[in-house]
Design a protein around this ligand. Structure first.
Ligand code: ES4
Ligand code: ZN
Length: 329
C-alpha cells in the first residue's frame, strides 16, 4: 500500500544500532570456518531457532558468544559492509553506529585490528553508497568503570574517528551513576554522550543518565513514561529517545503486541517527545529498520504524515550539524 511504499522511500537515519548485533547467522558460520573456530551453531536455521529470549540477559549471553568469530580487520570490514549495503537499500542515509570495544579487547582483539576494519567499510559506504556513518563507542555496564576508563584511554589515538560514547549491556542493578567519571572524561575529549537507560531499568536510571552522565539522547527510555516529570523534562529539553520496537518485543520488554501498541502509542501519538524508530540488533531480533517501521505502522495504523514525522525526528535527534541535516531532509 501507499504507506508501506512511503516507509521504503523516505530518507531515514538510524541512531540505535549495534554493529555486533548485525552479525547474521550465515556470516557467523562463514567467519568461524574462515578463522578455524568451531561453529557456534550447526546451521543458520539452528541459530535462528536458538534466538528465543526471555529477557535482556538471555539475549546478551548469545550476542557476546556470537562475537567470538570476529578476529581480523577483514571480519569487521565484512560485518560492517554487509550492514551498510542493507541499510542503503532501505534508504537509510545517516547512521550513528554503536560498537562494543570491550567485547573485543577481552578476547585480545585490539583497537588497531577492529577499528581499521570498521573505518574502511565506513569510507567505502560513503564512496559507493553515499551513506554517512559516524561511530559511537559503548562501554559495557556489566563491567567496571575502571575498565571503561581503560577503554577510553585505548581509544584516544583514534579520537578523530569517534562521534561519541554510549553505555550498553545488562541494566539491572547497574545504575548510570556508576559511570559518572568516565562520562566526564569523554565529555572533556569533546565526545557526544548517549546511554541505554529505562530499557529494563527504572525511570530513575533515565534521570541519572541525564543528570549524572549528561547524556544528550537516551537509548530505549521506555520506562520514562512511568514518571510524568521526566516526560515533561524530555519534551522540554528536546532529548531524543531511540525507540527499538522489535527489540522490545523479542526481549519481552513488551509482553505482547497490545502492550507494545499502548506504550508506543503514548510515545508516538500522545506526547511531544522526540522519538524515532531503530533496529538495535537486527540479526537477532528478526528485522532491520524498515521492518521496525512496518511493525509500528501496523500496530498503530500510522498515516503517512505520522511516519514522516518519525523519519524527520531521526535526523532531528541525530548529531548532524544543522548544515549537514539540511542536506538529508
Ligand atoms: C543491547 Cl537490546 C540491548 N540492550 C542493552 N545492551 C545491548 N547491547 C546490544 N544490544
Ligand atoms: Zn541497544
Amino acid at each position: 500500500g501507499p504507506v508501506q511504499a512511503f516507509i521504503a522511500a523516505v530518507p531515514k537515519a538510524e541512531l540505535h544500532i549495534h554493529l555486533e548485533g548485525t552479525l547474521e547467522p550465515e556470516m557467523m558460520l562463514e567467519l568461524a570456518a574462515r578463522n578455524g573456530l568451531p561453529p557456534p551453531y550447526l546451521s543458520a536455521e539452528a541459530a535462528r531457532q536458538a534466538y528465543q529470549f526471555k529477557d535482556l540477559q538471555s539475549f546478551l549471553d548469545l550476542y557476546y558468544n556470537g562475537c567470538a568469530v570476529l578476529l581480523t580487520s577483514q571480519d569487521f570490514y565484512d560485518l560492517a559492509w554487509a550492514y551498510f549495503e542493507r541499510a542503503a537499500s532501505e534508504n537509510v542515509k545517516h547512521i550513528e553506529l554503536f560498537f562494543d570495544p570491550q567485547t573485543h579487547l577481552e578476547r585480545n582483539v585490539p583497537f588497531s585490528t577492529f577499528l581499521p576494519g570498521i573505518l574502511d567499510a565506513v569510507t567505502t559506504a560513503k564512496e559507493k553508497l553515499g551513506l554517512n556513518v559516524r561511530l559511537i563507542m559503548c562501554f559495557l555496564r556489566h563491567m567496571s568503570e575502571e575498565s571503561a576508563i581503560e577503554t577510553l584511554n585505548q581509544a584516544k589515538p583514534f579520537r578523530e574517528h569517534l562521534l561519541g560514547v554510549g553505555l550498553d549491556s545488562s541494566e539491572a542493578n547497574r545504575p548510570p551513576s556508576l559511570f559518572k567519571r568516565v562520562y566526564g572524561m569523554a565529555k572533556a575529549l569533546g565526545l557526544r554522550l548517549v546511554a541505554h537507560a529505562g530499557e529494563e531499568g527504572p525511570a530513575e536510571y533515565v534521570w541519572e543518565a541525564i543528570k549524572d552522565l549528561g547524556v544528550e539522547r537516551v537509548d530505549h527510555g521506555i520506562r520514562s513514561l512511568e514518571d510524568t516529570a521526566l516526560v515533561t523534562h524530555l519534551e522540554e529539553q528536546r532529548i531524543g529517545i531511540t525507540l527499538c520496537p522489535l527489540s522490545n518485543m523479542r526481549l519481552k520488554v513488551f509482553p505482547d503486541e497490545a502492550t507494545a501498541a499502548r506504550i508506543l502509542g503514548k510515545f508516538i501519538l500522545e506526547t511531544k517527545l522526540l522519538v524515532m524508530l531503530n533496529s538495535d540488533d537486527p540479526a537477532y531480533f528478526g528485522g532491520y529498520l524498515m521492518d521496525n517501521y512496518l511493525f509500528v505502522q501496523r500496530i498503530l495504523s500510522l498515516k503517512v504524515e505520522q511516519v514522516a514525522r518519525l523519519a524527520k525526528n531521526s535526523f532531528s535527534a541525530s548529531f548532524l550539524s544543522d548544515e549537514e541535516r539540511q542536506h538529508y531532509h
